[in-house]
Ligand binder design. Structure first.
Ligand code: FAQ
Length: 312
């Protein structure tokens, strides 16, 4: 296929659909990103699941359960979108992609390697983690691959609800006792830098960005999204009466943006190598779940097999 024609096609804001011709590196880039995104959604269920049985009220428990189920749904849409790229040349089927993640060969978002130590962390995840995810995913609604772009529309709507439920948890804590407000502050201290790392390395250290932008998969750079996230989140922290844990955070009148400190990139790189605070625990939990629940899958397959020729 003519590579320049393909570039012209996507750069004119046309969508690519599953059966269309596409360059091999475009297909690979999408399989890598969409499957990693799917893994992030399903591993991302674990830190929050840690608090289902300890949510402070029935109402909170119901909202948290619904949120976690939404993340499972996002994982399913994204694995399905990945599978549309399966042409026999890439490992795009769900089982292979998932096995790569369990084997530590495929990444998921670094943020899910941090433990959730208090109920306030659940608020911080909704506010900051879903907030950062939306910032990135709104851009992805306009990506050039049809199934991925369409999945993002629904996912963004649900993530917006998640962000608000997290912020509301923190608002309640911040209007509560001194200890509750302190719990919220500690959660912000723990999750601030990891949330900023979700946007990926700085632009000059991001090997995939240029190609991804040319192919109109990424529509904005890691640094520009991170900056926007800081700009919208600082006033939200002020409204809560919480302090962002960054001595270098300062409004820059000239730039019209907040300046902020350097991220702890060593910590980010360690997480990518599988040495983050909860990496091993997260993978082990998923490996155990796959083993323990294998019988459910086998039963579902046997059931489908038995009734495949039955018409009602
Ligand atoms: N963690 O060259 P770049 C959510 C890797 S969903 C781990 O800049 P790219 C919902 C990157 O893969 C959150 N690895 O890469 C939820 C690459 O390695 P590779 C997930 C990271 O692809 C909320 C290498 O570093 N969202 O939270 C990270 O152009 C609450 C070099 O980086 C998505 O996945 C990281 N943070 O840009 C669920 C969105 N950052 O693959 C539950 C889709 C970078 O070459 C509870 N993905 N790396 O081996 C994207 O937009 C992009 O892939 C980026 C990275 C922006 C994440």
């Amino acid at each position: 296929m003519d590579h320049n024609k393909f570039l012209e096609y996507v750069q004119a804001e046309n969508k690519v659909e599953p059966k269309d011709m596409m360059p091999e590196d475009y297909r690979k880039l999408l399989v890598r990103q969409i499957s990693q995104h799917a893994h992030s959604e399903v591993v991302g269920m674990l830190p929050e699941a840690n608090w289902i049985t300890r949510a402070p009220s029935l109402r909170r428990k119901m909202a948290l359960l619904a949120k976690i189920q939404d993340e499972a749904g996002h994982g399913l849409y994204l694995y399905a979108a990945t599978e549309t790229l399966n042409d026999g040349t890439v490992n795009a089927d769900r089982d292979s992609a998932y096995s790569d993640m369990l084997a530590g060969k495929a990444k998921y978002s670094s943020i899910f390697n941090y433990p959730t130590l208090s109920w306030a962390d659940i608020g911080a995840i909704g506010w900051l983690v879903d907030g950062a995810a939306i910032m990135n995913q709104v851009m992805l609604m306009g990506n050039s691959y049809g199934p991925y772009a369409r999945a993002m529309v629904r996912i963004c709507k649900e993530e917006s609800f998640h962000q608000r439920q997290g912020y509301e948890i923190l608002m309640t804590l911040c209007r509560g006792t001194k200890q509750q407000k302190e719990m919220a502050q500690q959660a912000l201290n723990r999750f601030w830098w990891p949330a900023l790392m979700m946007f990926g390395p700085n632009d000059d250290a991001s090997p995939n960005s240029q190609k991804s932008m040319n192919y109109r998969v990424k529509r904005e750079s890691n640094d520009s999204l991170r900056q926007r996230f800081v700009d919208v989140t600082v006033p939200q922290a002020e409204f809560l009466g919480l302090k962002i844990p960054d001595e270098n955070l300062k409004w820059n009148e000239e730039r019209g943006h907040y300046d902020f400190g350097d991220l702890p990139w060593d910590e980010f790189m360690e997480g990518l190598k599988g040495n983050g605070p909860a990496n091993k625990k997260r993978l082990q939990t998923k490996i155990n779940a796959q083993k323990e629940n294998a019988w459910v899958k086998e039963a579902a397959v046997a059931y489908a097999e038995k009734f495949k020729n039955v018409t009602t």
